[in-house]
Design a protein around this ligand. Sequence first.
Ligand SMILES: [Zn+2]
Length: 72
Amino acid sequence: MERNVIFKCPRTGMNVQHWLPGTASEAADTHVPVRCPACAALHFVNVASGKTLGEGIGRPLATSQTQPPSTM
Ligand SMILES: [Zn+2]
């Protein structure tokens, strides 16, 4: 069973729809890495709320490298 999640790309601000494989029982309050078609980066998206990490949580998962702010 698939479910889709719509999240807002934190880089481009575009709404991106992504289909998640897996069951609904896996769609708990967890973040999954999603390859963003808008900016080609990897975002961690909460499958329950559709929010991306870094959108208000502050610190990304297990990454020590910082990305330079993109000014597009
Ligand atoms: Zn993106």
